[in-house]
Ligand binder design. Structure first.
Ligand SMILES: [Zn+2]
Length: 176
């Protein structure tokens, strides 16, 4: 990935390794354009217990100057908002309709072969287990499936934030 990137953050609601226990995993996913022009999502920035997430996010913010650091405030990641802001990070929050748009755009990208992800086990497992729920007349990822969905959710909000930045900064260039 070269050029500008956005980060998305999410915290697990459920996972196979900690049955019925929320908040055991946090994902910080980077989204940007790969060399091939597709959107690449990368879980490498952070996949660990949420307690280390703010420190890591602050480091990423400093080292990468991302175009956005995004999260869904109506998710487990909501608790990150205050400490991130206290660390001087500008947090992009998705409205309910943004979550629906983010989900739909992500599915379309996958459908059209426009998305790449690296072969990262937690991301691959999340994508395979992904299911959908109704949200605001549209769809979003179901968080209660027994496989940690935080990599997928973080990827979805990261892609949303990255594309909004592209639209603002380079109108027409990536018009579909
Ligand atoms: Zn777990």
């Amino acid at each position: 990935m070269s050029g500008e990137i956005a980060f998305g953050l999410a915290i697990s609601d459920n996972c196979a390794c900690h049955p019925d226990k929320a908040r055991r995993h946090c994902s910080i996913v980077a989204a940007g354009r790969s060399g091939s022009g597709k959107i690449l999502v990368d879980l490498a920035p952070f996949y660990d217990h949420p307690r280390g997430a703010v420190k890591r996010a602050a480091g990423l913010y400093e080292s990468h100057s991302p175009v956005a650091m995004a999260l869904d405030p109506k998710s487990q990641a909501a608790t990150l908002k205050k400490p991130l802001m206290e660390a001087g990070i500008i947090v992009a929050e998705l409205l309910v309709e943004d979550v629906a748009v983010a989900h739909g755009e992500f599915l379309d990208l996958v459908d059209d072969g426009g998305l790449e992800h690296l072969n990262q086990a937690a991301m691959t497992a999340a994508v395979r287990a992904g299911q959908q729920r109704r949200l605001a007349g549209a769809l979003a990822w179901e968080r209660r499936v027994p496989v940690d969905q935080s990599p997928l959710e973080a990827a979805t909000v990261a892609v949303w934030a990255f594309r909004r930045w592209e639209e603002m900064s380079q109108p027409g260039v990536y018009a579909v």
